[in-house]
Structure formats: C-alpha cells, structure tokens
Ligand binder design. Sequence first.
Ligand code: NAP
Length: 274
Amino acid sequence: MKFRETLGLMGVGNMGQAILEGLFSKRMVTGSRVWVFDTILQKAAEFSKKWQCRQAKSNAEIVKQTDIVILAMKPQDFSSAMKGLKSVFRNRQTVISILAGTSVEKIRREIGPRPQVIRAMPNLGVKVGEGITAIATTGVKTLSLQAARKIFSGCGKTVELEESYLDLVTALSGSGPAYFFLVMELMVKEGVRQGIPEGQSRLLAVQTALGAATLAASSSQSPEALRQMVTSKGGTTAAALAVLEEGKFSDVFHRALEAAVERSRELSKRQPPA
Ligand SMILES: NC(=O)c1ccc[n+]([C@@H]2O[C@H](COP(=O)([O-])OP(=O)(O)OC[C@H]3O[C@@H](n4cnc5c(N)ncnc54)[C@H](OP(=O)(O)O)[C@@H]3O)[C@@H](O)[C@H]2O)c1
C-alpha cells in the first residue's frame, strides 16, 4: 500500500493537511518523498517539521520534484498559483485537484496537455479519517485513478463517478456535514432550553448522531428501513416525524439540496476564466 511515487501538496490548508496526515498516520508514505508548499511559509514549515517532510520553495519546485501533485489551494488562487508552470509539468505526472467548481477542462487550460488530471471532491470528514471523496473518472487513466484511490482511502472512503456529477456531490457530501451539524445544533438548543446543561445536551446530540451513522454504515438495511425500525406506531419518534412531515420537511430538504447544486454550478461559472 506504500507509495512508490513522490507526492507534492500545493496549499497546506485544512484539507491539504488532513489528506497528507491520513497518509502519514497510516504509514502509506514517508516524509522524505513528500514536498509541500504554501504561500504562508510558516504553515508549510510547521507541517513539514511535524511530519518530517520537505518544504518546497515554490510551486515550481513541487512540480519538478514530484510524480503526483495535489492541488489544495482555494479555487480563486488557482490561476495565479499555476503561472509559469505549464512548461514545467511532465508526461506521466498526475495532478489531483480538490478545488470546488474547477473543471478538468479549466485545470487543463492552465497546466497544459502533459500530466493526467483528476478531480476529486472530499469533505470535512477527512480531518478525522472519515471523509467521503468522490473521484471523477471521466477520461482518467488507470494508474492515475489508482493513485487517487490510494490517497483518499488514507482519509476515509471513496466513490467513483463521472465529472458531471460533482455539483451534485458537492451538495450531498461536500456541504453535507453542515446539514447534520444543524440537526445536532437544534437538539442541543432544545435540551438547553428545557434545562439540561449544555455539555450534556451536546453529548446527547452528538453521540446520537455518531450512533446513528455507525449503525447505518454497518447495517445492510437502508436508512429508510432503519428509520422505520425505530418508529413504532403511536410512539414518540412517530410523533416527532409527523410534525416534520406536516412542515413538509422532505420537500424543504429536497429544495435545499437543489439550491446547493444550483449554487455549485453558479460558482463554477463565476470563476475567472483560466
Ligand atoms: N473545506 C472543505 O470542506 C472542502 C471540501 C471539498 C473541497 N474543498 C476544496 O479544498 C481546497 C482547500 O480548502 P481549505 O478549506 O483547505 O482551504 P484553506 O484552509 O484556505 O487552504 C488553502 C491554502 O492554500 C494557500 N494558498 C493560497 N495561494 C496559494 C498558492 N499560490 N500556492 C500554494 N498555496 C496557496 C492558502 O494560503 P492563504 O491563506 O494565504 O490564501 C491556504 O493556506 C479548496 O479549493 C476547496 O474548494 C474544501
């Protein structure tokens, strides 16, 4: 499972750090084969010291030194980060981008025809090794796909889909953690409102979410079947779910997801042309 290739990270932020930390923790890569660069030199310096990896002096050095380059800066910083690098990229190199709303076509325009390009959409769960990353398979060669699978399995699970699904994935799993945070937030607030101390309300809400997610992940039954299983006729759960349906919760949630997809599409269009 260990990488034979060298890895480079451009953008040592929340996501970039989490992805590499997953690989380091699972000993899938050794520090001497990893280069990192961030415009905030201090950030890259602290990270490279912690994980005993190499701090590059520039993004150009990352491209020169590594076989697999992970792009993890903000989308709006992408074009300037790629300035002057087109001639530095090589054949048989793989570029893996986690940039939201930045198409393979747009990336290709900046980096030129030589490397393989893969888009992936991880989510916040990568910070605790429980991310879900959608890897876009459109036009990708097997070796690059294997590299992407390996990288993202270091910090969670993966699914493989056509690139055209990435706006939907952004709405479902990219933004998804916030939907569950909202439910937990509302449960904590209700507990506190009715007199349970905040710490205990929080434990009740968060552990409930964790238990439900763990059960759903380990069960062969669908979330719908699990919900039906815990909803006895005339019981408390049924009373709560009936109020949610009175408020047309399914319909509202459906519209919320549609709004997120639409916003993801808008943001993709709005980025300055590469
Ligand atoms: N957060 C999520 O849940 C999530 C989910 C899926 C995908 N993503 C994608 O992941 C990417 C990173 O997100 P994040 O939350 O990790 O952002 P972040 O914490 O802001 O990390 C980005 C890092 O890149 C640095 N940077 C800026 N310009 C650069 C350049 N030219 N070369 C190298 N590094 C540069 C930034 O420095 P400055 O602070 O100085 O700009 C910052 O340290 C984004 O493209 C986002 O769309 C995020």
